[in-house]
Design a binder for this molecule. Sequence first.
Ligand code: ZN
Length: 253
Amino acid sequence: MIEAMLDLAIAGAQKTWATYQYLSKTHEAWTNLDGEMPKVTRSFQKVRQELCEIGLLAKGVWLDQIELYVAVLPSMGEAGYVFDDSVPWWGRSVGFEPGMIYLPSDLPFAAYVPGGTMADVIRHEFAHSWRWLDPCFFEEDWFVRAFGSTYLDHEYCGKEVWEERFFGRRVNIDALERCKSTEARVRLISQGFDQEFVSHYGSTSTCEDFAETFRHFLRYRNSLDRFKPRKGLYKKLKAVERAVHVTQRNIGL
Ligand SMILES: [Zn+2]
């Protein structure tokens, strides 16, 4: 009995401590925000300019309607977010809008990949906004052909599908058996993984695979051929490029 009460007291204290930490993180984030905002604005403008170049944005047209906001709350793990399907009731009650880009108030501490920038976070989020603007286009065959499943199929995990394929091939198993150390085996597996995905985050679900691939496409749009040796990834990048061209034509830019 006493032990159970002690457990409860400890759990309560831990919860209070976590709440205190989160609140002080919120306070700190808002104290620093003024100094950080020029960087946010610069990154947003930079990405908007890139979207102009590829024909998904012009004054008053298409992605121009997407605004970027810094939310009150700090990150709970996310670098940014978009409600690209619908906004849940709690989100609506505090003013979140569908399709818009939100950054947590403690501005991105991690940007999906090592060396990722705030512009990378915004590029990624614009992919979700694009899908929000044109859900029917993302239900067409091109998407499943490129990414293996539908955008909203949360059961589909690209990493699992890739693992099954990779470890199901005799040639890979033979190569792994020939490796002389664990490091060499890890290297071989990660080379196989890199053939297919931009990042680990992208391998967790179809919608994140698309957003990560779009981020990469936007950043390296003028030199996509450098990714030719990464066959799976290159195929996705080219599919995104074609999708951009189709949309550009459809919206008349
Ligand atoms: Zn995302």
